[in-house]
Design a protein around this ligand. Structure first.
Ligand code: GLU
Length: 400
């Protein structure tokens, strides 16, 4: 019998985090690698946010805080929910964790029993199904392919709901596709949920501010106030504020759920970093002007990458509404052989041969539950993106 737990044997290590580790290894070995695998902005954290962290350290804010966040940060989050989402959450309805990842984890740990189902549209962010499994629940994957714009339909959601459904997990704009739901598309889903009062909604709004071409972001409890009492609205400062390493995510939700999540966190990390919390207060309360500047760069890069990838024979790349990802299909390239003689029958084999033969790191589609595709994170400088696309083209052209 294995020394390791049976629960652990049901999950895999995070492929996104794993790929970042692989890039670091290859670079340390002297390899020239273009890394488009990690979902994080290349921009540095804005200066006023860093200054707030330094001031917090100097003021001695270096001790444990209350378990799920300081009152000051919860007030800043409450103001953010009012300002951006027309949602009213009191501080005792808010939970702050070490990244959005821990918020999701706490929520699943706090609510799932054996047999409980969580509906997850695919493609999904790599960690959703494994977190559900770690917490003892059952992920129910429903595919929303490119023909549907990577968006789940009301009919699909209706058909996936069973008496055992506990959560519907919603993510818009999406990691890995960048696809986002319009208000009307989201309303079609919330109408379904109204008919099923036992289903709760977990919405991962991490890419809220990263939407382009005038796209109008919305979140379930805002679109359908009747869902407010069974919705956990999750967000964080990582992506829009260029703060991935600071690890601050948060959620607003019903008091009973937030209290249960606090109990989980009290037995794991005690509290998020005090210094990062002070920085997050400055991020949420401070000027947001830099987000528009960053988004102008993201739009330009999205258009560049979509154009260059679509110029490659065998790649089809839709142009998404938000986030900093594109999720092209490589269906036409399956079954071919690379210059080095590797037979490519899956997107994982494609990504691994591309890394080996051209030094470009991407995340393969199977990790996100929809194949054959790959995810590009275009949060990189334009010239690096151009070089990466040239290498991807050279690789694809070399396939026979
Ligand atoms: N969310 C980012 C990504 O998808 C960070 C890595 C992770 O935690 O998965 O690349």
């Amino acid at each position: 019998m294995s020394f390791l737990s049976a629960t652990l044997s049901r999950v895999k290590p995070s492929p996104t985090v794993g790929m970042t580790g692989k890039v670091a290894e290859l670079r340390a070995a002297g390899k020239d690698i273009i890394a488009l695998e990690a979902g994080q902005p290349d921009f540095d954290t804005p200066q006023h946010i860093k200054d707030a962290a330094k001031a917090a350290m100097d003021a001695g804010q270096t001790k444990y805080t209350t378990v799920d966040g300081t009152l000051e940060l919860k007030q800043a989050i409450a103001a953010k929910f009012r300002r951006d989402n027309n949602l009213s959450y009191q501080p005792n309805q808010i939970s702050v964790s070490t990244g959005g990842k821990q918020v999701l984890f706490n929520a699943f740990m706090a609510t799932l029993n054996a047999g409980d189902e969580v509906i997850i549209p695919a493609p999904y962010w790599v960690s959703y199904p494994d977190m559900v499994l770690l917490a003892g629940g059952t992920p129910v994957i429903v595919e929303a392919g490119v023909e549907a714009g990577f968006r789940l339909t009301a009919e699909q959601l209706e058909a996936a709901i069973t008496p055992n459904t506990k959560w519907f997990l919603f993510n818009s704009p999406s990691n890995p596709t960048g696809s986002a739901y319009s208000r009307a598309e989201l309303k079609a889903l919330t109408d379904v949920l109204l008919r099923h009062p036992h289903v709760w909604v977990m919405t991962d709004d991490m890419y809220e501010h990263l939407v382009y071409d005038g796209f109008d972001f919305s979140t379930p409890a805002e679109i359908e106030p009747q869902l407010y009492d069974r919705t956990l609205t999750i967000n964080g400062v990582s992506k829009a504020y260029c703060m991935t390493g600071w690890r601050i995510g948060y959620a607003g939700g019903p008091i009973e759920l937030i209290t249960a999540m606090r109990k989980v966190q009290s037995q794991s990390t005690s509290c998020p970093s005090s210094i990062s919390q002070a920085a997050a207060v400055a991020a949420l309360n401070g000027s947001h002007d830099f987000i528009d500047e960053n988004n102008a760069a993201f739009v330009r890069r999205r258009d560049l990458v979509v154009r260059l990838l679509n110029e490659i024979d065998g790649i089809e790349c839709p142009s998404p509404e938000g986030a900093f990802y594109v999720y092209p299909s490589i269906k036409a390239l399956m079954g071919k052989t690379s210059a080095a003689g590797v037979l490519i029958e899956t997107d994982e084999e494609f990504a691994s041969a591309l890394l080996e033969e051209q030094g470009v790191a991407l995340v393969f589609g199977a990790a996100f539950g929809l194949s054959p595709n790959f995810r590009v994170s275009y949060a990189e400088k334009d010239e690096i993106l151009e070089e990466a696309c040239a290498r991807i083209k050279a690789f694809c052209d070399s396939l026979s």
